[in-house]
Design a protein around this ligand. Structure first.
Ligand code: COA
Length: 254
């Protein structure tokens, strides 16, 4: 179980890698338990500013939940399984640090749901995306029906989920599902470059911005704006605010 998800720290960046390449990194119970443990480790490590999620091997980020594990589940088992996966998706979404998905191939089903829980996504030119659960007679169970319409709009999301079709990286870029396409060999390096730029900023402000943006989309504009004000005010308790503003004001005087 120890190696099904890997953890590597490159200075202030934690790289968490799904590592079942023979099964296209399909998500089983061990993966979900380990993923939560490693996200927690990154969250508690003050040296880590940004987390990157990616997959081992040449073919896949994650090709979905492990179908072989789900084959004989009854509804009670399926519910428990989905609740555990929800825990992993929520841990990504609520992590106090930015999480970037570096998608290096098939990004399907639960893999797509975890990628959508990330703050944003970048992908290699061979990446393929989809929620193909309908082809197995089931449906997404880790908030796919909720996060996809929020990211690309209801009509496109329904078309993708109803049809179970896959789209390529260019289509994903055009839909706003991913921010950039990189060559496969350059993907992780480019994701690290983006992560490092973000990790150089105030960790408290980043965490508050993430919280304001995530919570804000779920509530009315007035409540969201007031929540943003409380987050904004908290930034004034940080050394980064004091140093950043003093440095700017000092420069202005020169
Ligand atoms: N669960 C369990 N095993 C999986 C898997 C999954 N979601 N996706 C792939 N694998 C396994 C395959 O069974 C195969 O194992 P084997 O070598 O022991 O037979 C191995 O990974 C390689 O997959 P394969 O299907 O041979 O690769 P491919 O390049 O021909 O096809 C996919 C790639 C992604 C199109 C195909 O594997 C697929 O459709 N996977 C399922 C996707 C899905 O429905 N996900 C949602 C699940 S809810």
């Amino acid at each position: 179980m120890d190696n099904v998800v890997l953890y590597e720290k490159k200075e202030d960046i934690a790289i968490i890698t799904f590592n079942r390449p023979d099964s296209l990194n399909a998500l089983n119970t061990d993966v979900n338990i380990k993923l939560i443990e490693l996200l927690d480790k990154a969250e508690k490590d003050d040296e880590v500013g940004v987390v990157i999620l990616t997959g081992s091997g040449e073919k896949a980020f994650v090709a979905g939940a492990d179908i072989k594990e789900m084959l004989n589940m009854d509804p009670i088992g399926a519910r428990e399984h989905a609740i555990r996966a929800k825990g992993a998706a929520d841990k990504i979404y609520d992590l106090k640090k930015p999480v970037i998905a570096a998608i290096n191939g098939f990004c399907l089903g639960g893999g797509m749901e975890y990628a959508m829980a990330c703050d944003f996504r970048v992908a290699s030119d061979n990446a393929r995306f989809g929620l193909p659960e309908i082809n197995l007679g089931i449906m997404p169970g880790s908030a796919g029906t909720q996060r996809l319409p929020r990211l690309i709009g209801m009509g496109k999301a329904k078309e993708l989920i109803f049809s179970g079709a896959m789209i390529d990286a260019t289509q994903a870029l055009n839909l706003g599902l991913i921010n950039y396409i990189f060559e496969r060999s350059a993907l992780l390096g480019e994701a690290i470059k983006l992560a490092k730029k973000i990790a150089s900023k105030s960790s408290v402000a980043l965490s508050l911005i993430k919280s304001a943006m995530n919570k804000g989309t779920e509530i009315d504009l007035e409540s969201a704006s007031m929540f943003e004000i409380d987050c904004f005010a908290l930034c004034f308790a940080t050394k980064e605010q004091k140093m950043g503003m003093a440095a700017f004001a000092g420069k202005k005087k020169d």
